[in-house]
Design a protein around this ligand. Structure first.
Ligand SMILES: [Zn+2]
Length: 417
């Protein structure tokens, strides 16, 4: 009998062991494909009712395979675990051997993964490639958007398309696939991908740029066809352009339209889209400045100070529930406030007026709100009744994200169940 050959992915920082058939990821799987054995142990099925293709364990270091509640992990299904030298083994046997093999160290793929997340441009590309070659298929995603950022759209497209196949329920996966499809001229595919991202957003997945990208695609029916992607620092607003549709010639300077992630240049005579210019990544600006581009050199200090601010913000972030103080009371209502101090915007959490946490605020920091919300919930459990943004914090927290207030209300509503 052939059994799935598992790839072992140990993420020490999250305390997860993910043991899935080679080529599969745990990220973005349909909820109905998971079957929980306990709070922390779940089998992944190829489809509901289909065969098991592996398993995932949360709180791996605390997981007790001898607990009678998880007795079934010592029976069928069986798996091969080549890295452990085990054939046709039970999940229980794999757990014991994996614990001995990895100890408190992450598997090598995660070391490349972390290095890739900390890097940019070519350096990130090298790390994502190493991560992928060490067997971690999750790297297709990072590799895809990194290639896209480097203007290598055709290759980006291949990896991002594949990632939606192995991780079909992630809204961002579809959004990135759509962007790459659009960049290589596959408009119908791009539209379908953005639409899929929007459906997933409706089901509660993270908000992406799909709505904007789709409306741009739709507002220019067939006219973006043939528009060229141009790297931001290579774009010269005074360079002559010729419209392939009507023959107009001139410079693009007066015909730019700005969007959140890019601007485009359209023909002033027939409105055909001529150029699409994504805003530069920090790596692109650095590279252009190093290559002698004077505009990039002028912009570089701003980029570096933004990155520095981002680094500092990440350093000061609340990471674990234990960093929060003990609080008395059965019904805890936490205020999420914004305060300006030392020329900086701070998010300040207060309980009954007493400051319990402070970190740098993110503009449109809804995602950060959701993360801190989870940490508060872990710390205070069912005693947490509400995390309410103060009036002063709202503008900075919501920004232009129209759906943010509703999302925050939903989070709070989840505390009432
Ligand atoms: Zn024209």
């Amino acid at each position: 009998m052939t059994v799935p050959k598992l790839y072992l992915n140990h993420i020490a920082a999250f305390d997860w062991l993910i043991a899935l058939e080679f080529g599969r990821v745990d990220d973005g799987q349909p909820a109905e494909n998971w079957r929980g054995v306990s709070e922390s142990f779940g089998f992944l099925h190829s489809e509901p009712g289909g065969p098991e293709v592996g398993f995932k364990i949360l709180d791996f270091s605390q997981f007790d395979p001898g607990d009678p509640a998880v007795a079934e992990i010592w029976g069928a299904p069986r798996f091969d675990a080549p890295v452990l030298g085990l054939g046709s083994a039970t999940a229980g046997e794999i757990v014991l051997a994996a614990r001995a093999l990895f100890g408190s160290e992450s598997s090598i793929n995660r070391q490349f993964f972390s290095a890739a997340m900390d890097a940019e441009g070519e350096e990130a590309l090298a790390m994502w490639l190493a991560c992928l070659q060490s067997g971690d298929p999750m790297a297709h995603y990072g590799l895809g958007y990194t290639l896209f950022g480097l203007g290598r759209y055709q290759e980006a497209y291949r990896h991002l398309r594949h990632y939606t196949e192995i991780s079909p329920c992630g809204a961002w996966n579809w959004c990135w696939y759509g962007k790459a499809a659009e960049a290589v001229g596959e408009r119908a595919e791009a539209r379908a991908a953005y639409e899929r991202a929007l459906e997933l957003e409706k089901d509660g997945e993270t908000e992406t740029d799909a709505w904007l990208l789709l409306s741009m695609l739709n507002s220019e029916p067939a006219q973006t066809h043939g528009a060229r992607y141009v790297a931001y620092w290579e774009y010269d607003p005074d360079a002559p352009l010729t419209c392939p549709d009507c023959g107009w010639s001139g410079s693009g300077a007066g015909s730019q339209e700005l969007f959140e992630e890019l601007f485009d240049v359209s023909c002033p005579q027939c409105d055909s889209m001529l150029l699409i210019v994504p805003y530069p990544t920090a790596a692109e600006t650095r590279a252009a400045a190093a290559a002698g581009n004077p505009k990039a050199q002028a912009e570089l200090p701003n980029v570096e100070s933004r990155l520095k601010r981002l680094d500092r913000a990440q350093e000061l972030e609340l990471r674990t529930p234990e960093q929060l103080p003990e609080l008395r009371g059965k019904n805890l209502r936490i205020d999420w406030d914004l305060e300006e101090r030392d020329d900086e915007q701070w998010t300040v959490l207060r309980h009954k007026g007493r400051e319990i946490w402070r970190e740098l605020a993110y503009y449109e920091g809804y995602e950060r709100f959701a993360r801190v919300f989870e940490l508060l919930r872990e710390r205070y459990g069912p005693r947490l009744k509400e995390v309410r943004p103060t009036a002063a914090s709202e503008l900075y927290l919501y920004g232009d994200k129209l759906s943010a207030p509703e999302r925050i209300e939903k989070l709070n509503a989840s505390l009432k169940g």
